[in-house]
Design a protein around this ligand. Structure first.
Ligand code: 5GP
Length: 188
């Protein structure tokens, strides 16, 4: 199978991280791109696996030296994709998975026309709001902010022409199977 750059995006609460990790498990040669971020590490985060946590200065340095394939500010923090590991893995014919936001995906599309973009949608706006509340991670004000951000991101994704497929996460197993099927088809 040939190399493929797979970009998975979606609003928080849509289940994109779970889907991205399940797709990673489904392909023997999958490589998950570990982003750098300036956001604070939480107890759930595994350093070097989920993210590489860097200082604002280190992030500035990486931007300045052109080490990032793309980067964007999300919720007042910066996130970026280190270029080297992505290019190396693609050169070796691997499936490279990027879980990044809509603006980052737009930047990747401009640089790497062959990218395959999948946008994960919640079944409905009501369900998205319910899932954001269920996480009990944030206060209502923050939940409302995330919800507005999510609806804006969905509109942007639908209008942008960056994504090749929209997968509705109504049922996790089904959504994973659909995404895996799409990737298989694309790789040929
Ligand atoms: P979280 O902090 O909840 O893990 O992620 C917040 C948002 O940042 C998500 O929408 C996620 O897709 C996005 N994100 C994570 N890594 C990157 C990256 O390297 N680049 C860009 N552009 N967005 C990222």
């Amino acid at each position: 199978m040939s190399g493929l750059l797979l970009v998975i995006s979606g609003p928080s609460g849509a289940g994109k991280t779970t889907i991205a990790r399940e797709v990673e498990k489904a392909f023997e040669d999958a490589v998950f791109s570990v982003s750098v971020t300036t956001r604070a590490r939480t107890v759930k985060d595994r350093e070097g696996v989920d993210y590489r946590f860097v200082s604002e200065d280190e992030f500035d340095r990486m931007v300045g030296e052109g080490e990032l394939l793309e980067w964007a500010g999300v919720f007042e923090r910066r996130y970026g994709t280190p270029r080297g590991p992505v290019e190396d893995a693609l050169a070796r014919g691997k499936l490279v998975i990027l879980e990044i936001d809509v603006r980052g995906a737009g930047q990747v599309k401009e640089k790497m026309a062959g990218m395959y973009g999948v946008f994960v949608l919640p079944p409905s706006e009501e369900e998205l709001l319910r899932r954001l509340r269920d996480r009990q991670r944030e206060d209502e004000q923050t939940i409302q902010k995330r919800f507005r951000e999510a609806t804006r991101e969905i509109e942007e994704a639908k209008a942008g022409g960056v994504y090749d497929a929209f997968v509705v996460n109504d049922d996790l197993e089904r959504a994973v199977a659909e995404t895996v099927g799409l990737v298989r088809l694309r790789r040929g």
